[in-house]
Structures are given as structure tokens and as C-alpha cells.
Design a protein around this ligand. Structure first.
Ligand code: SF4
Length: 793
């Protein structure tokens, strides 16, 4: 078994230390201050200002172990445990508590092959039908993954390739502390699994099998500094060979009563700091360096030594390897991290670099369980909110906001008080440029989307100020009705739960095509109910030619000669013109003459063809979408920009979308607003096929509004928040992050509901008012083009 992970061995490659980037002698002679300064600088270049942790539960599957390590209280003899192994029910009870508490990881830590030492272990395994401890571990990993969604991390000690391979389909990552390559340590004399050769063999075996792997060193168990450098160099060499070492734990020894080393001095803090800094310098920069936060009383020197990860922290279970050392409360970890000018982010047991290459690093059986917990940067989702769902959003801005009045704790750099949270960080640098009036480009936009913690609030505050400067304190809404004339569509957008192929009667909802008379009737009803706009969009029915859309307009006009016709996506008009063989601009002119006034920006999804090739390969491409809006603007039609985000793409694609639409706006001035549409996953085919994330996180969604406001400054004046997807509480926060418009009342909202959204079909003026008035802002009904609605006679 391993440490933090715990006390941990293997036969194979001997470390050479030849890949040590910095000469060992230099490291041994340098001052601690110089080493730490250099380590911080390497961390900043490789990992920015982000420090991660893994919210986890600790499952001590068996505390029996065939080894006897001099520092260990984890391992116990059979007489001192109630049962040789936790039962499946006990395992699930712990895992379920972790899932309910928002954990992502189930850390299985266990003794090494206890069945080879204890008859009680062998008998238990035989009675329960398992050939070995690793067999049972594999079964419990699968059980936890399938029943709770937690991602197992198997920390089973020194294993041969067969056992490592057996665990790969059920564990997202595996680990084993290398501890030390010193073969003469007294503490390892009773531990056959702790021979350097055996542990190195495990480390390289995991590499050969492409297993994202955690290893580490134990500091202060009798090894010399030079030995530690040699051990770290061996890990670096494994990383150069296989690329699988995702993190290295630097764990300080603390003596425990009842162990052979009870009177051995604890690892001096300076020795731990020295080793963290040296690990940072010896290991390739991409390897994450971790120190357990519960084994030190003061966290700031650890951060100052260059770590970028706190490891697993559990809100539910104790550290069974160091039960006397409680995990720090999450808020304390956050405060300590932010006080150092760094930000804290939850991660999965598998790091983003590995989660983003699932074909290489994950067994097929683990790919969706990992994907389902990811955010757009490959880190862990930080709350249960999802677009269109019922879980409340976390408070990121406003009173009680996630970082609240204590933003920049200890840094003296609270937001909005002259300074900026985390002055000196990349997000702060971009915001400083925004304050100076600079335009954000693709890279700067990507940086803004990486904001975490106090940085999110800082981005939102800048966006809120820009909103105030550009459009004041009025929040607008429009009285409208959606009319989706058909859900039959010849296209196969993989995110679309709305469309039905003509024969796909077995899918949710029956295919339908409204009669033109139905459309007229609905428009009349809408106008009678006070609507000023009808929003027309639907599937691309195989029977439609371009004339259909003209007929729809006439059907609307049969009921009302003044209601604003907001209709037909770029796809619909492009397809309509194509089916008639007519130039798009001529076709749009005829639609305009008939009464069309504005186009919705939907069908944009993500204007990045790499992403469109996955989401909607047979749909118009980026250039065609832009061309359709360019053509519409050229004849005086107006339209808006939407972005459907959070399914398969990364922030780089969001940035491209914003930059491309901004360029068109500079050319035409035809866009009236930007509408972020967070992906609703519940019934989306691509999610049901296990190929997409469960939409953006709330942080990402809030940032999309704020970053949109910043990116479109002086260009697109209005940022709309979709109450259908955000829910009232989400829209309330978006209004504090750059949004100034609540969109439409949307009688008969069908498309989001088809995808599983549950925020209803109709919002009324009072509903909107309840969101706006607490902010001290004024609600005002608008026309589609942001004019004032005349008071009723
Ligand atoms: S998104 Fe539109 S074009 Fe694509 S399948 Fe759905 S209805 Fe058809």
C-alpha cells in the first residue's frame, strides 16, 4: 500500500538520475530560499496561479498488510480489525456519503496482499468468491463507480502488470508511493514490497499500461537529501519514458505511538519545504507536485515551496493513514491558497492533461464516468447546478457570493476597492488591460474563462461596470411567443433533442407539423395576451422549400399586421434559398418584404468548425452562418448572436466564437444582442450516447455573460440571460455579471424543454420584476429592437 496515500515497493529498472534537469550537486548546495524562488517560478510558468485539490472519500478496503513498515499505524493484525475487509455495503455507505457531499474521488487504500500473510484474509476472500485482494478491489471499484458515479483511484501498493491491468477498467487512476530508493532503510526491513526494485517495476509497469499514476516520496524516514534527489530523478525518468506520472506527493514523516519509529524525530518543516522545491525542479514541469495539507500546521510555506496541488481532501472521512491529523476545512484551504495569490480549483483523480486524452489514458469503461464530471478545462465540476436543471446555482456574485467580501483574503486586494483580487495573476492582468480600454483578443478571452474564486467575481465586476456604462441600470424584457412549426428535421445535430426524423416515432414526443391556420391562431392569441413579437423557428422539414417560410410570414400577418416577426435561423434561410436555387440576399429581401424583421442567432452553436464537425457535421459551417447574418444585415434586417456552449468544446472555441462575431459586428452593426445558451444535456442525444459533458458549470455560464460583455464592449450593447436555461436564481446572478436583458416571456418554450430543461414555459412581468428590483434596477418592457413599448391605450 502507499502513503497519503500512506506507507507504500517493486523489481525492475534501477534509477540512473540522468534526467535530472538540475545537477544534483547544485540542488544540494543551493540555499532553501533560492530553491523555493526557482520552484515558484517553474510553477508559475507551468501551472499559472492555480492550485488544485481532489474532493474525495477514503475507503480503507483492508487494513491487513503483509508488510511491516516502521512508521505505519494503518496496517493492523486480524485480531484488531472487526473483519479482514470492508463489506460491499460498508464500501457503498462511505461512497454514497461522499457523492452526497460533492466528492469526485473514491480513494481505495489498502494493505499489500494480506492474504499472503494472514489466513483470515485468505479465508474471507475464499468465502466471498475472490481470488485475491486485487480481485476484490476491482469489484468494489466497479461497484462504487456504477452505483455512485465516484471515480475510483486504486492505491494498492506494488503490483505486477497483470493486476495493474485488471484495475485499469475500473479505476480512473492508480497510485503507489515510491517512498525512497534507499535500500537500507530500517523502517522497510520487514516490508518485502518496499524494495526499490519492486516499486520501480510497478511505476514503470503502470507507465507501460498508460495508467495515469500518482507516486511520491516519504521525507524524514532516515533517507539522505541525496537519496531523495535520486528517488525524484527516478520518477522523472519514468515520466520521460511513459508520460504517465500525473502527480508526485511529497509527504513528511510524523512519528506515531505504537510504531517502531515512535521516538524517531518528525520530518523538520524545512526539510519538507526543501523537498517540495527540489521535486518541482527535478521533475518535468508538467508533473503536479503535492503535499498533504493535513500533515503541516502552516500551509503557506508549502505553497511558497512550489506545490500546485493539495491532493485528496475529504469532507466525509478521516485520513485513515494519519487519523490523528484532520483534513483542513475547505474554506481554510481556500483562504490559505488565496492568501498566497493563488486560486483553488477542484479536480478529478485524473488530471486535465490525461482526462483530455481519454483514448490514450482511460479504459473505455472509465471514459464516460470521467467525462460526466468534467468542466470545460478538464477539472472537476464544482457544484451540482446544470443548465435547465433544478439544483440551485452556487452564489458566485452578489451578497453571499462565493468569495464574498473576503475576496483576496489576506492579500489586501479586495475587488472593487481600488485593487483587484490576485493582482499579478493572468486574469488580473487582462482585466487591467480592459480597464485601460484595451480590446481582448482570443488569448485574453481564454484567460478570462479560466477565472476561479475571487477572479470570477473580479471579471463579473468589470463586466457589470461596463454594462452600467453602456446601457445603464434598466433591465429589459420582451413579451413574445415561440412558435416552433415543426419538430421534423432532416438534419442530425447531435445535441438536438427537439428534432424528430419523420419515422422516429419512438423518440420522445411525436413528430408534428403545424397547419398554417394554427400559426395564425397562435399569433392572434399571443397578440391578445400582449405579445409584441413572435419567435419562429423549427426543424428543416423534408417537404419545405423556401416558399414555406414566406407562407409562415403570411400566416402571421393574417392575424396581425404589426406583431414583430423574429424568425428563421441562418440554417433555415440558407436552406430555403438553396432549395429555391435563389441567391440568399434576394431570398432574404423577399422575406423582409413579406414582414420578416429580425433573425434569431440560433444555429450558431459554436462558430468553430472543429467543434461543428462533432456537434452538427451536416449543418452550415461557421462561414455560412456568418454569411447569412452578413447578408441579412446588408438589407437592413437585424439579428442576434447566440452561443450554445458546454457540451464537447473547450474555452478556446468560445473565444473564437466571440472574436468572429465581433468582427462581423464591426463590419455590419447588425447584431442587437448576445445570448449565451448553456447546453441542456438531459435528453440531448450526444449526452445520452456518452459523448458530451453535462453542460457548462455555473461558473462557466456566469463567465460567458461577463466575458461576452467585455469582449463585445462598444460593439454589441445588450447581453441577454436565458431564464429558461439559467433558472431565476441563475439569471439573477447573470444580471450582476454584465447581463441587461431577460429575453422573452416565451409562451410555449419547447426546444429547451425537449432537451430536459425544467424552468417552465412562461415567465411573466412579475416574475421578471422579482429578479430585478432586489438589485435596485428598473424593469422595462422593450420591443425586439430595444425600443420602448408604447403604453396600452
Ligand atoms: S438543431 Fe435544428 S437543424 Fe439541428 S437537428 Fe435540431 S432542429 Fe434540426
Amino acid at each position: 500500500m502507499a502513503s497519503d496515500d500512506g506507507p507504500g515497493q517493486a523489481g525492475g529498472a534501477e534509477a540512473t538520475g540522468k534526467v535530472t534537469a538540475v545537477a544534483p550537486d547544485d540542488l544540494l548546495e543551493a540555499t532553501l530560499a533560492d530553491l523555493r524562488a526557482e520552484a515558484r517560478s517553474v510553477r508559475a510558468r507551468a501551472h499559472g496561479n492555480r492550485v488544485t485539490y481532489s474532493p474525495k472519500v477514503f475507503i480503507p478496503l483492508t487494513m491487513l498488510c503483509r508488510d511491516r513498515c516502521g512508521y505505519c499505524t494503518f496496517a493492523k493484525p486480524p485480531a484488531r480489525v472487526r473483519s479482514p475487509y470492508l463489506s460491499p455495503d460498508e464500501v457503498l455507505t462511505v461512497a454514497r456519503a461522499g457523492a452526497a457531499a460533492g466528492c469526485h474521488e473514491a480513494l481505495f487504500t489498502l494493505g499489500e496482499a494480506p492474504e499472503e500473510r494472514y489466513g483470515a484474509a485468505r479465508t474471507w476472500l475464499d468465502e466471498h468468491g475472490y481470488g485475491s485482494t486485487v480481485d476484490y478491489l476491482a469489484a468494489m471499484c466497479a461497484l462504487v463507480r456504477d452505483e455512485t458515479g465516484l471515480l475510483p483511484h486504486a492505491n494498492a501498493g506494488a503490483l505486477g502488470e497483470e493486476d495493474l491491468a485488471r484495475l485499469r477498467p475500473v479505476a480512473a487512476s492508480q497510485g503507489m508511493m515510491l517512498e525512497s530508493l534507499d535500500p537500507d532503510l530500517a523502517c522497510h526491513r520487514g516490508a518485502p514490497d518496499k524494495t526499490p526494485a519492486r516499486r520501480l517495476s510497478t511505476l514503470h509497469g503502470a507507465g507501460a499500461l498508460a495508467i495515469p499514476f500518482t507516486t511520491g516520496v516519504l521525507v524524514g524516514i532516515g533517507e539522505s537529501r541525496a537519496e531523495r534527489v535520486r528517488t525524484l530523478a527516478a520518477i522523472a525518468e519514468a515520466q520521460h519514458l511513459h508520460g504517465h506520472v500525473q502527480e508526485v506527493i511529497v509527504q513528511n514523516f510524523l512519528p506515531k505511538p505504537g510504531t517502531a519509529m515512535h521516538d524517531h524525530p518528525p520530518c523538520p518543516p524545512e526539510e519538507l519545504w526543501w523537498t517540495i522545491a527540489v521535486a518541482r525542479l527535478v521533475l518535468p514541469p508538467e508533473v503536479h507536485v503535492q503535499a498533504p495539507p493535513n500533515l503541516s500546521d502552516d500551509l503557506s510555506p508549502l505553497l511558497d515551496s512550489g506545490l500546485d496541488d493539495w491532493g485528496g481532501v475529504s469532507p466525509v472521512t478521516v485520513d485513515h493513514v494519519n487519523p490523528e491529523r484532520a483534513w483542513p476545512a475547505l474554506h481554510l484551504l481556500r483562504e490559505a491558497t488565496e492568501a498566497a495569490g493563488l486560486t483553488l480549483a477542484a479536480r478529478l483523480t485524473v488530471y486535465p492533461e490525461y482526462a483530455s486524452q481519454p483514448e490514450r489514458w482511460l479504459d473505455p469503461a472509465m471514459r464516460f464516468p470521467v467525462l460526466d464530471r468534467l468542466d470545460a478545462e478538464g477539472l472537476g465540476r464544482e457544484d451540482p447546478w446544470c443548465s435547465g436543471g433544478v439544483a440551485p446555482p452556487p452564489p458566485l456574485v452578489g451578497p453571499g457570493g462565493g468569495v464574498g467580501p473576503g475576496a483576496g483574503v489576506g492579500s489586501g486586494a479586495g475587488v472593487g476597492s481600488g485593487g483587484r483580487a490576485h493582482d499579478g495573476g493572468a486574469v488580473s492582468a487582462v482585466l487591467d488591460g480592459v480597464d485601460l480600454g484595451q480590446e481582448v483578443g482570443e488569448d485574453e478571452i481564454v484567460t478570462l474563462f479560466s477565472a476561479r474564486g475571487p477572479e470570477v467575481r473580479a471579471v463579473a465586476e468589470v463586466a457589470d461596470q461596463l454594462r452600467r456604462d453602456e446601457v445603464g441600470d434598466v433591465v429589459t424584457w420582451v413579451a413574445n411567443r415561440n412558435i416552433n412549426y415543426t419538430n421534423v428535421c432532416t438534419f442530425k445535430c447531435r445535441f438536438c433533442a427537439f428534432s424528430k426524423g419523420p419515422l422516429s416515432l419512438n423518440l420522445r414526443g411525436a413528430p408534428y407539423l403545424l397547419e398554417l391556420g394554427d400559426i395564425t391562431e397562435r399569433v392572434a392569441e399571443a397578440e391578445a395576451a400582449g405579445a409584441t413579437e413572435v419567435c419562429l423557428q423549427g426543424g428543416i422539414h423534408p417537404s419545405f422549400d423556401g416558399d414555406y417560410y414566406l407562407e409562415v410570414i403570411r400566416a402571421v400577418r393574417a392575424a396581425s399586421d404589426r406583431i414583430h416577426i423574429h424568425g428563421f435561423t441562418a440554417l433555415e434561410v440558407t436552406e430555403g434559398a438553396r432549395r429555391l436555387g435563389e441567391p440568399l440576399v434576394d431570398y432574404l429581401s423577399r422575406l423582409k418584404e413579406a414582414g420578416l424583421a429580425t433573425l434569431p442567432g440560433t444555429a450558431a452553436e459554436i462558430l468553430d468548425d472543429e467543434v461543428r464537425a462533432v456537434l452538427c457535421p451536416d449543418k452550415i459551417n461557421t462561414e455560412q452562418w456568418l454569411d447569412a447574418h452578413r447578408a441579412a444585415h446588408s438589407i437592413g434586417l437585424r439579428s442576434n448572436v447566440t452561443i450554445m456552449f458546454g457540451s464537447v468544446e473547450q474555452p478556446r472555441s468560445w473565444a473564437r466564437h466571440l472574436v468572429r462575431t465581433r468582427a462581423l459586428q464591426r463590419e455590419t452593426s447588425g447584431f442587437t444582442e448576445f445570448v449565451p445558451l448553456p447546453f441542456v444535456h438531459m435528453a440531448a442525444p450526444i449526452y445520452l450516447q456518452h459523448k458530451a459533458r453535462r453542460g457548462p458549470t455555473f461558473r462557466e455560464t456566469l463567465l460567458m455573460h461577463a466575458v461576452g460583455r467585455i469582449a463585445y464592449r462598444g460593439s454589441i450593447p445588450n447581453i441577454q440571460t436565458s431564464w429558461v436555461k439559467m433558472g431565476g436564481a441563475g439569471a439573477f446572478q447573470a444580471l450582476q455579471a454584465g447581463a441587461n436583458d431577460l429575453g422573452g416571456t416565451l409562451m410555449d418554450e419547447n426546444i429547451s424543454r425537449a432537451a430536459g430543461a425544467s424552468h417552465g414555459q412562461l415567465m411573466d412581468e412579475e416574475g421578471f420584476r422579482s429578479l430585478v428590483e432586489p438589485l435596485g434596477r428598473r424593469l422595462e418592457q422593450r420591443t425586439t429592437l430595444y425600443g420602448r413599448v408604447p403604453a396600452p391605450c
